[in-house]
Design a binder for this molecule. Sequence first.
Ligand code: FAD
Ligand code: NAP
Length: 509
Amino acid sequence: MLNVPPQAFPAPRSQQRVAAGGRAKVPLKPGRSLMDWIRLTKSGKDLTGLKGRLTEVTEDELAKHNKKEDCWICIRGFVYNVTPYMEYHPGGEDELMKAAGTDGTDLFDQVHRWVNYESMLKECLVGRMAVKPVSAPKGMLPEKKILGASAKDLTPSYDWFQTDSLITIVIYTKQKNMNAELVIVDCQDKQLRGEIIVDDHSYLVEIGLDHAVQGDVAVNIAEKIGKVEITLKKKDNIHWKMLGQHLESHNTFIKRTDRGLFYRKCKLISKTEVTHDTKLLCLMLPESTHLHVPTGQHVYLKQIIAGTEVVKPYTPVLPFLPLDLKEPSRHDGAYIYLMIKIYSCGLFTQALDHLQIGDYISVSNPEGNFKKSQVQTSEDLFLLAAGTGFTPMVKLLSCALTEVSCLRTVKLIFFNKTEDDILWRNQLEQLALKDERFEVQFILSQPTKDWVGKQGKISLSLLSEFVKRSKKDSKVLICICGPTPFTEQGVQYLKDLGYSQEEIHAFTA
Ligand code: FAD
Ligand code: NAP
């Protein structure tokens, strides 16, 4: 299977053109799209020039292949001939050439560690490095982090016990303030995977269970003492001699970014039109999954398109904007809602649009670097969104208006092309009427002549007009999300206006 990255390495600014996918892209020649690459890899053509032979590559040998017409790159100990891929790379040839004849692992990880290049470049595989290159490989090769003594003390531990009908796995996280968002549990085909997030680290219990269990999983969290109980129902009421076989990553405590993405299949429950091109998808998690996507984080969806695995990020929203904001909105965690714009030429969104109710799609664990604590102390919150860049603002808005007691103002400045493109306009206007702390401003870049509202694009003058502290020295948080150049320009303008790095959060991949 192939897992296809929209872009594996960043493009130089001078060449950047940004696609609706949000990443800077270099215009590709006709016949060099992602779909064309998939076709080429399936054509049976010898893409390595080695006639199907795999070879051991020394560092000296790797270094010799450093030209466009003969370019090898090492990623996580595997060497690929990327010459045939050059013209198909959305980030441009120059970006690929930065890693020519060397280990490109770090460069690759800086951009899209979630992209499954093994799959995408499978037909370009030359072989393995004879000697491991200096940059430590991740994921593919066994990697056990050696933790220092103090870190070891923080490593969670686990135990298990049973009754006639139940198996309970107890994880002692050694963390106060554990909560449901920090615990991700899946149990599929007798395999239990329980992940605990501790800051930027992840602890994993991963066991091939000794006996079968029933479908549902219960997770109980003693927040104050950091104890997590995962309870499984035995299929047969027999005594288990052992919990099961430890799988490869069992009992590891490593950096989150070093943990591969885990996917589970979710069922498409409904598709609702939001605008002419945007839909709200409701996905149901398996009953054996415990997963809550934190505010400001995204998940990856994975689909097989033309026999190839393709992965794209999406930011879960709420089913609607809650108007009764006295209480935090409660969701039982059984569903994930995604607001997705369907692009007429979009590879992934076209395939998504063709999913039928009842079909399944793979959904990853959440990722993202937004921390709720950033908003919890803010007095003025400004949300700058363009198009589907509105999606992270949905949960953020709900969280701010319900959970942040010191909040005085929340202002959403929502940039769209036309009136028809505005997502949840009605709900936003109702919310503004309902809660006097909230204000929404729609700005259109391509309005019809009937539009009486604000017109234009993100600019210094516009931001200086709309982003103002409610009082001198008030604590401000400004969140921004949209096409990459929109976000980058916005951040620059905000800095020019005197806002500090800590006061700005830009949502990116
Ligand atoms: P693509 O096939 O990538 O193409 C999209 C459009 O760009 C098409 O019109 C195509 O013609 C054009 N295009 C493609 N390649 C190029 C190129 N090289 N040069 C110029 N133009 C090109 N989207 C949402 O709708 N909702 C979300 O909640 C959401 N959350 C996201 C969260 C994150 C962290 C990020 C990074 C992105 C998010 N996105 C979201 C965007 C999403 O990941 C996809 O990029 C988007 O759905 C388009 O995917 P696609 O495969 O359909 O389009
Ligand atoms: P869109 O409809 O194409 O654009 C929305 C508005 O932004 C329009 O007014 C548009 O003006 C303006 N705009 C576009 N590019 C701009 C630029 N370079 N400078 C200033 N203004 C610009 O947007 P979309 O198709 O919904 O795309 C939304 C983007 O958000 C995607 O790229 C998606 O990847 C990204 N996104 C990111 C995240 C995340 O967490 N990182 C989450 C969700 C979405 P014009 O009339 O000039 O086009």
